[in-house]
Design a protein around this ligand. Structure first.
Ligand SMILES: [Zn+2]
Length: 354
């Protein structure tokens, strides 16, 4: 059972039908018409409000409206009469977690629908909910308590993210020590980590980058995100033996990526890095690689890629091992940017003004 926090307009036909059925079951539970499910975590927020059945009827009514708009005939007489006159608060972290979860489902289930909503950057909640600050809710299926991400703030002060964040993640610059740390392997694929992946994707898009590693937001973890949809350079790819369209594949969140160079020519290409604003330099890397990684649910995948895709993944995988693109430059290229690199390191050491 999942009673989505997301607006039902994002659901594919199968998802909308499932939601209707499951919300009707939830209604039967709340009205005492069926045994069991009473302690289902998805019912927690309804049971926590003063009029659970009215809240669920309002929830169902909005699902019905969406279905009617699409031409489906859901039986409105099944919805209880009472309505909740107010909206229930729900956290943005919960919404983002569900968004990442839905995207993963659609990737496997309905490519056409996924593509149709690929342009959505800020998903809206179901009309019953109004968004508040906060992270993934404790009742989300994960048994563990929600992760509170401790990040370095802009001025080096610790800030909270994930649980009660209000600002987008900030990207650390060279020569912040965390950039030299090897990332810890991810073993617990919980809701908090999924939300971190979604927030990193958001930070990457805000910074107009094509890749971002966990170290760059102050976390030494084997986690990076990639999005090549806006990139001009050519790429080739094959995921688990198939070649899904780029819009379907991106943004790609990779946990524990292990890169193996495939027999191919080395190519030279000018790279930049979000932790080195304004600094660029040519770097030689293998053109074709294989990447074994896990997705947000811990499911292993094998990606074979070439061109910019391969370059970007190699750059991010380097970050996860504390290796920076300046380490990969030849002597002459590195010398050419040395002044800029030193100036950046000095700026990073100084506490921010104000
Ligand atoms: Zn970088």
């Amino acid at each position: 059972m999942r009673l989505w926090t997301l607006h039902p307009k994002y659901l594919d036909p199968k998802g909308l039908v499932a939601l209707w059925r499951e919300a009707l079951l939830a209604q039967a539970v709340l009205l005492g018409r069926t045994k069991g499910y009473r302690h289902h975590p998805q019912l927690h927020r309804f049971l926590a409000c003063p009029r659970p059945a009215a809240a669920l009827a309002s929830y169902l009514a909005a699902v019905h409206t969406e279905a009617t708009g699409r031409g489906y005939r859901f039986d409105a007489t099944k919805i209880g009469r009472a309505r909740l006159g107010a909206r229930l608060p729900e956290t943005r972290g919960q919404l983002l977690y569900e968004w990442a979860h839905l995207r993963q489902k659609l990737l496997l289930r309905d490519a056409g629908h996924w593509r149709a909503m690929a342009a959505v950057t800020a998903p809206s909640p179901h009309p019953l909910f109004r968004l508040t600050r906060g992270g993934v809710r404790p009742w989300e299926k994960t048994a563990a308590a929600p992760v509170v991400f401790r990040l370095r703030g802009r001025a080096g002060r610790p800030t909270l993210a994930g649980a009660s964040r209000s600002m987008p993640l900030s990207i650390v610059h060279y020569n912040d020590p965390v950039l030299r740390k090897k990332g810890a392997r991810v073993t617990a694929f919980d809701a908090g980590l999924a939300a971190l992946g979604a927030e990193m994707t958001e930070a990457m898009h805000t910074a107009e980058g094509i890749g971002l590693a966990a170290q760059q937001i102050g976390r030494a973890l084997q986690l990076c995100v990639v999005d090549l949809r806006a990139a001009k350079a050519e790429s080739g790819w094959e995921l688990d033996g198939a070649r899904p369209p780029l819009e379907l594949l991106m943004p790609l969140v990779l946990f524990n990526p292990a890169v193996t160079a495939l027999p191919s020519a080395e190519t030279l290409y000018e790279e930049g890095c979000l932790s080195f604003p304004g600094i660029r330099g040519e770097i030689s890397r293998p053109d074709a690689i294989r990447v074994d990684f896990q997705d947000v649910h811990g499911v292993p995948h094998r990606l074979v890629c070439t061109g910019l895709f391969a370059r970007c993944v190699q750059h991010e995988a380097d970050h996860l091992n504390g290796v920076l693109f300046i380490d990969r430059m030849d002597r002459k290229t590195r010398a050419g940017i040395d002044d800029a690199v030193k100036a950046l390191a000095k700026e990073t050491r100084q506490p921010a003004a104000g």
